[in-house]
Design a protein around this ligand. Structure first.
Ligand code: PLP
Length: 350
């Protein structure tokens, strides 16, 4: 048996741990259960699982196109936005071609690039834990095929503003695709952080990635979407999709979540989480922690060498956080009660 040698060097994707009796603030999930209306539609869809799903997710694609006022040809639904990231790399990069992204950023990017055979060009974040878009633009070569910009960035929560992003997009050659990963877009409260969809007309090489996993609370069902400036990119995502990757249950749940009453309630939860984020961030800073401003549903503690010990201390106190050894800890914002548990652990560990 011969496996690809590259696998030996591949970093493992580390999912947030679930520990019985502990609260889980490790995976950027919403702490709230699915809405009853969404659960009901999941139940209805479950009755038909002897059939394959709609391979093109037509109803959901149309609903998204209508919601955002874009042509259906520019929308593509995927099995989570992480799957769309993979499809995108497979669509644009041949072996040896380059995928540029900030580091540290979403830990799936290096894995996706390596498995596809593309080379990763990792550009360090600034000292303020923000994308260094100037440095990223400088790393573009004739081999660059794709650039991921994660805004807000996972795991730091930091976001780039409109002017900076537009300046960057103007510097990118039009044949290089820019994937603006907006998995946490709904949690953004800073008006200076642009909605990527407003940039698609000016930049046809831009594709915006979003998900139902976070704000819409459907992480377990795996459904996300891409909206591309150029329909050719959406068509390429269709070509690189695993057949039937988005289940009928996921499609039904996402559609139910877009219904006005449901969406209103879900976005109220998002607003509550964004409010809690500000409270937790302020309290952590008062305890003396250095925490960059976050626009997502998590905060980042750049603890360096103290990271692993601090996360273990949280676990002893039945709070599971996500440690990136030697770098920092990412803490997901939970319910007010969960956040109080986190803050009490943080106080003891300060
Ligand atoms: C930046 C970023 N992009 C994409 C994803 C993937 O989300 P999905 O559940 O839609 O695959 C995540 C999930 O953690 C993320 O943090």
């Amino acid at each position: 048996m011969t496996l690809r040698p590259m696998l030996a060097a591949l970093p493992a994707y580390v999912p947030g741990r679930t520990v019985p009796g502990a609260i889980k603030l490790a995976s950027n999930e919403t702490p709230y259960p699915p809405l009853p209306s969404v659960l009901a539609r999941i139940g209805e869809a479950a009755a038909d699982v002897n059939r394959y799903p709609d391979n093109a997710s037509v109803a959901l694609t149309e609903a998204l196109a209508a919601k955002y006022g874009v042509d259906v040809e520019r929308v593509r639904v995927g099995c989570g936005s992480v799957s769309l990231c993979t499809q995108l790399v497979q669509a644009v990069a041949d072996a040896d071609e380059e995928v540029v992204y900030a580091w540290r950023s979403f830990e799936a990017y290096p894995i996706i690039a390596a498995v596809s055979g593309a080379s990763s060009i990792q550009v360090p974040l600034t000292d303020g834990h923000v994308h260094d878009l100037t440095a990223m633009a400088e790393r573009i070569t004739g081999k660059t095929r794709l650039i991921f910009v994660c805004n807000p960035n996972n795991p730091t929560g930091t976001a780039v503003g409109r002017d900076e992003l537009v300046r960057f997009l103007r510097a990118v050659p039009p044949d290089v695709v820019v994937a603006l990963d907006e998995a946490y877009r709904e949690f953004v409260t800073d008006p200076d952080v642009p909605d990527g969809l407003t940039l698609l007309t000016e930049f046809p090489n831009l594709v915006v990635l979003r998900t139902f996993s976070k704000a819409y609370g459907l992480a377990g069902l795996r459904v996300g979407y891409a909206i591309a400036g150029d329909p050719a990119v959406a068509a390429a995502l269709r070509q690189t999709q695993v057949p039937f990757a988005v289940t009928s249950i996921a499609q039904a749940a996402a559609l139910a979540s877009l219904e006005p009453e449901a969406e209103k309630e879900l976005l109220e939860r998002v607003a509550a989480i964004a409010g809690e984020r500000e409270r937790v961030l302020g309290a952590l800073r008062e305890l003396g922690y250095d925490v960059p401003l976050s626009q997502a549903n998590f905060v980042w503690l750049p603890l360096g060498d103290a990271t692993t010990g601090w996360a273990a201390g949280c676990e002893e106190r039945k709070v599971i956080v996500r440690a990136f050894a030697g770098s920092g800890v990412r803490v997901t914002i939970g319910t007010p009660e969960e956040n109080a548990r986190l803050l009490s652990a943080a106080r003891e560990l300060a």
